[in-house]
Every structure is written in C-alpha cells, then in structure tokens.
Design a protein around this ligand. Sequence first.
Ligand SMILES: [Zn+2]
Ligand SMILES: [Zn+2]
Length: 391
Amino acid sequence: MNIEQLKVSVINEVNSHRHQLAELSLKIHANPELGFQETKAAGWLTRYLEENGFSVEPGICGLPTAFRGSYGQGKPSIAILAEYDALPKLGHACGHNIIAACAVGAAVAAKPAIDQFGGTILAIGTPAEELQGGKALIAERGGFNNLDVAMMVHPAVVDTATTQALALQRLEVEFFGKAAHASAQPEMGVNALEAMLLSFTAINSLRQHIKDKARIHGIITDGGEAANIVPAHSAATFLVRAQDDAYLGELKEKVLNCFVGAATATGARLEYGWGNIRYASLRNNLTLAGLFSQNMEYLGRKMQPTDPNHIFGSTDMGNVSQLVPSIHPFVAIASPEVLIHSPEFAAAAASDAATQGLLDAAKALAMTVADLVANPELVTKVKKEFEKQND
Ligand SMILES: [Zn+2]
Ligand SMILES: [Zn+2]
C-alpha cells in the first residue's frame, strides 16, 4: 500500500470501531473518577487494547491506574497518551473521556501502518492530569524514556494543532495566630485571617508588575471559626503559573514574599509548602503539528491558527513535551461560548459532536503515525526541531 491507501485503511479502522469507541467514551463519562482512582476507566481502556492485539502492562511506574499498551517493535516508538480523570463535582467537564477513547482508538487504528512499515505504537494511560500531575510522575520514573514522539488530543471549542500551556506550581500556606475574644480582648489576639487577607492584597499589588501571561490565583480554605473569635488559624491554596520555567522560579519567590511580609505585619507565624508536582510549560513540535493539521484538514475539519494570546491553563503534557517531541492539539466539541471546566462542557463531552470529534481526532492521530512510520525522514525532522529547541 502506498501512503494514501494506508491512510484510507487507517480511517476505515476507526470507522469500523466507531460504536465501541463512542460507547467507551460515554461509559467513562457516565462513571467519572477522580485522579488516581480511575480504576474503571483504566480497566475498560486496557481491555479494549488487549482485545485488539496490544500487549498491556497495567500499573506502570507504581501508579495503579496508569498503563502501557504496545503493538509492534523497534523504532520509531510513537506514543499516544490517554487521560481519563474527572473533576470533583463537575464530572467530565474537561472531556477526558474523549481523550481516552480517542487515544486507544488511534493506537488500534495505527496497526496497519505498523504492520507495513515496522516501529512500535504505544497507548500510554496517564492518570490524574488535573492538579496531581500523573504525567510528571511517570516522566520522573522513566515511563516516557525511549520514545520518539508523544501525542494526544484534548477536546475544546476550536480545532487547533498547537497551544500554549503555562508552567505551574501549587503553594499551600497557613498562618498561625492567637485566639481571643474579638470584642472583649482583641488586643490579646493575633489575627491569622488578617494575615491571609493582607497576603491577598500584596499579591494583588504584585500582579500589576508581573510578566504577561503569568497567573497567580488562590482560595482561602480556612478563615476562622466564628465572628467573635480572633482567628487563630487560616489556610489557603494558591497556584502560580508562568510562561516558562525560569520565570516561574522568579515569580514563586515574589509570591512567597507577599506572605512573609503579611506575617511580619500581623505577627502571625507562616508555614508553607510548595507542591511536589511542577507542571512544565508546553513545547509544541511544529513539524508534528503540521502533519496532524494536514490530516485533520483531509478529514474536512477547518484548523484554526493558534491565538498567541490564548492560554490553556497548564497541563502535565508540558512535562512530556520537555522530554519527547510532542503535540497537544485541540478538537472542537462545542460552540465557542462554552467554557471548559463548566457543567455545559461536561454535557458537551457526551454529545454527538464529542463523538464526532473523538473519531476525527483518532483518525488524524493514526494518520500521523502512518506519516511517521512511512517516512523516516519526517521522524528525523521532528527530532531535529526538538533538539534545536534544546539549544
Ligand atoms: Zn482540566
Ligand atoms: Zn483537561
């Protein structure tokens, strides 16, 4: 088969599995599981891979709901990544059910390309994308070693091949003051809530002097017990984000100083801890993005240029993209006014448009695998671009 015929057979593979893939997506959607608790989703996905000739290793890198399915052997080694965690209360408001079904669908559909040209196709299950950074842990533990390419597709409201995602680290802070009657003896108290409010004010002042696209946002998780008691304890969780890892380091120090200053001002004692997981910024491999775009356009989807001002929060795919040439394109499943991480997006993730999006994205990913295994010079080009970014 020439490459055109091969792509047609890849498309037919996805079409012949469309009912199973839609069912897989809807089943995961109907059974939302939080990060590292995705036992049902991991079970269904690995079963699909096994039924379709993949050898599957569950629980890779010490993470019970992670997995690696592989088919073929040798180079190139191309991974398609699945996410399947849900959000508290909102369920699949990030549409990871679509990522999951799309990933295994694409991996299975790529088999004819692997059979003809060799190489290995992997479907890697990466749990807990939302805040717990499953891919960061898998990366640390070597789960992405020896890959030539890593790809995944995330649902969104627009079709784009590249995106920006920020480096991110979480900060937990607590202030310890001294309780007292808020009216009878306020002078004896040390107000831990005021220390927290002052920190928010200091961060608001800092915000006008930080680089574009950096983000600092937090919530108070403990603000005291009763209005007539001087709060002896307060707590907050913050997320600090920046466009690159170096500026994240700089910004972290500035943010921390806001809390240190508030502690000095109020006399409350500060305790803090940075989260163990640091999300890296996303590096788009433009060679891969170009191949993916062409394949999406072939399927009749209109790819939009990436808006340089738009940022998609942060993703642990960033950590993968620092190690392996990667793409994290978007496939539209809803109209532009629908907000991601909202109940409306959760509903959209189970719609017909979502199923169509996952099938198209699975086809385009598998066609991109076909491009890569059929043309070793493309893999070289992808790697050269990646190495250039490292310089
Ligand atoms: Zn999300
Ligand atoms: Zn997501």
